[in-house]
Design a protein around this ligand. Structure first.
Ligand code: KG4
Ligand code: ZN
Length: 325
């Protein structure tokens, strides 16, 4: 079964073709990073206009990469939330138009669930039940996945998402945009010599990163930061310590078979190495390009939904605040 995935929830216009939920046949991502860099963050109106320009060329390129036509596609999977309303509308309406014009079944996909399914895009299949940490620009969710479509939200951030915290730290330290990769790169050149707080929120699987960010800001304002690389390293360590502790504790408590990481922050080098070395059960992390937004994960997620429920109708709408569970 060939699924064409479409992703436009934020600032990447993406299309991919995935066979049977595992095998990537084509994967195209058109990033708007350069366009938003001059504003230091994503401008929603600019993002949706850019999606309009890129959407059809990106789908054409994916079909060309796969040497396929729309007639060869068995189903369409499109992110319909959560995300920026104007951005989501471009993907959803494009998918609905293709579905209507070509008679291809349509499956609306939750972007956060799609991030989890990036872990199915490979040779090794994740082993259920499992604990998944979704760490993106807008979310930090710790999820117990008992089976496909069976989730239990164990904890989430009470303020900033992990990716948002990295982005804000980059701005405080003058490391530019996009912030997460910039902090990660700088941290590789520094040492963890600054004491920063960790919000353990004991007895819960919730997270909080705004106090850590404010502490970094106060240190910067009072001239206590001499080396930006070491400040980045100390900040990265503080975020990773909490993430790794909560994920491994949840895995122990629920006796799962595996840990999955997903979302843009799962591309972080320290997070990848620490979770792998500290977990006593197998850990799956997508390759960095499959951690950040892409449409292959949307197609993979759509494949597992297609086998479990009826397709969506043309009344499928963008749901900017769709939740994971
Ligand atoms: O999943 P994603 O591509 O988009 C959302 O769904 O939000 O995640 C983007 C987030 C951004 O906040 C970005 O700064 C962060 O992921 N990110 C990283 C790294 N690469 C991307 N954060 C830390 N280290 C990285 N290497
Ligand atoms: Zn995402």
């Amino acid at each position: 079964m060939y699924i064409l995935g479409i992703e436009t929830s934020c600032d990447e216009t993406a299309a991919a073709i995935v066979q049977d939920g595992h095998c990537i046949v084509a994967n195209v991502v058109s990033s708007q990073v350069d366009i938003h860099a001059r504003y230091g963050g994503i401008v929603p109106e600019v993002a949706s206009r850019q999606h309009l320009l890129s959407m059809i060329p990106v789908i054409d390129k994916a079909l060309e990469q796969a040497s396929m036509k729309l007639a060869d596609i068995d189903a369409l999977a499109v992110t319909h939330g959560p995300g920026l309303a104007g951005s989501l509308l471009v993907g959803v309406n494009t998918a609905k138009s293709i579905s209507f014009a070509c008679g291809i079944p349509l499956i609306g996909v939750n972007h956060l669930e799609a991030h989890i399914y990036a872990n199915w895009l490979g040779k090794k299949r994740p082993d259920l039940p499992l604990i998944c940490l979704i760490v993106s620009g807008g979310h930090t969710d710790l999820v117990l996945m008992k089976d496909h479509s069976e989730y239990c939200l164990l904890g989430h951030t009470r303020d900033d998402a992990a990716g948002e915290a990295f982005d804000k730290a980059a701005r405080i330290l003058g490391l530019g945009y996009p912030g997460g990769p910039a902090v990660d790169r700088a941290a590789e050149l520094g040492i963890t010599d600054i004491e920063l707080p960790r919000a353990w929120l004991k007895g819960t699987y919730d997270f909080s990163f705004s106090g850590l960010k404010t502490c970094l800001l106060r240190m910067k304002q009072s001239g206590k930061i001499n080396n930006v690389n070491s400040a980045a390293a100390s900040f990265r360590q503080a975020v990773v310590d909490v993430l790794v502790h909560k994920v491994t504790s949840a895995a122990r408590e629920f006796g799962v078979n595996q840990i999955l990481l997903s979302g843009g922050v799962a591309a972080n080098r320290l997070l990848r190495s620490e979770i792998t070395s500290k977990s006593v059960i197998p850990v799956s992390i997508p390759s960095p390009p499959l951690c950040t937004d892409n449409a292959a994960m949307v197609a993979a997620c759509g494949y597992f939904q297609a086998g479990r429920r009826a397709p969506d109708g043309l009344n499928l709408d963008a749901s900017p605040s769709l939740r994971m569970v």
